[in-house]
Design a binder for this molecule. Structure first.
Ligand code: CMX
Ligand code: CO
Length: 146
């Protein structure tokens, strides 16, 4: 049901400086940038492998755009670093229902808008071994089961 790693989310204070670090040190380029007001972040996607067809794997750099956002709280508490891991699925609502049914807290009542037209939801880190976990249904190649 969770079939691949979609992205790893990394919290940072300065998106442009961190993107430059990943370009210089790792050789990864920013392939997409957007602001997600609902999540309170400016984000850059750095494609690690694959093509933008819904099957690629990315690093997602996250800079808060407001103080009352989850990433701002994380940075204040823990500083910069890995914030979440995101698994790809062909049906995020079904995956969330199944995982929620097993007693894991799903943090969204229904899927929300994620990067590049994807649908996303989050699982509570305290129910996932200390790892904030995101489920992603990419736009495009992955379509919901009928
Ligand atoms: N990873 C692991 N643990 C985390 C965490 C994270 N990213 N964020 C918080 N925690 C832990 C804290 O360390 C704390 O643990 P202790 O009580 O043992 O110290 C506990 O969770 C509560 O922390 P908090 O600072 O009080 O945070 P909240 O409970 O207010 O919020 C969470 C935590 C996960 C519910 C909230 O961050 C959330 O709803 N996240 C989902 C949305 C999100 O993160 N959006 C940004 C990314 C957008 C994108 O990927 O597109
Ligand atoms: Co993410």
């Amino acid at each position: 049901m969770l079939s691949r790693i979609d992205h790893i989310g990394i919290a940072c204070f300065d998106l442009d400086a961190t993107a430059e670090l990943y370009r210089r040190v790792h050789g990864f380029e920013v392939t997409h940038e957007e602001v997600n007001e609902e999540q309170g972040v400016r984000e850059a996607m750095l494609r690690v492998n694959g093509t933008d067809d819904g099957q690629a794997t990315y690093l997602q750099l996250l800079e808060p755009v407001r103080e009352d956002s989850p990433v701002a709280a994380f940075l204040a508490r823990r500083g910069e670093g890995v914030h979440h891991i995101a698994f790809g699925t062909s049906d995020v609502a079904a995956a969330a229902a199944e995982i929620g049914g097993a007693g894991v807290r799903v943090l969204d009542e229904s899927p929300r808008a994620g990067s590049m037209g994807s649908s996303i939801t989050f699982l509570h880190p305290k129910d996932c071994g200390g790892v904030l976990t995101e489920l992603v249904q990419a736009a495009g190649a992955e379509t919901p089961r009928q």
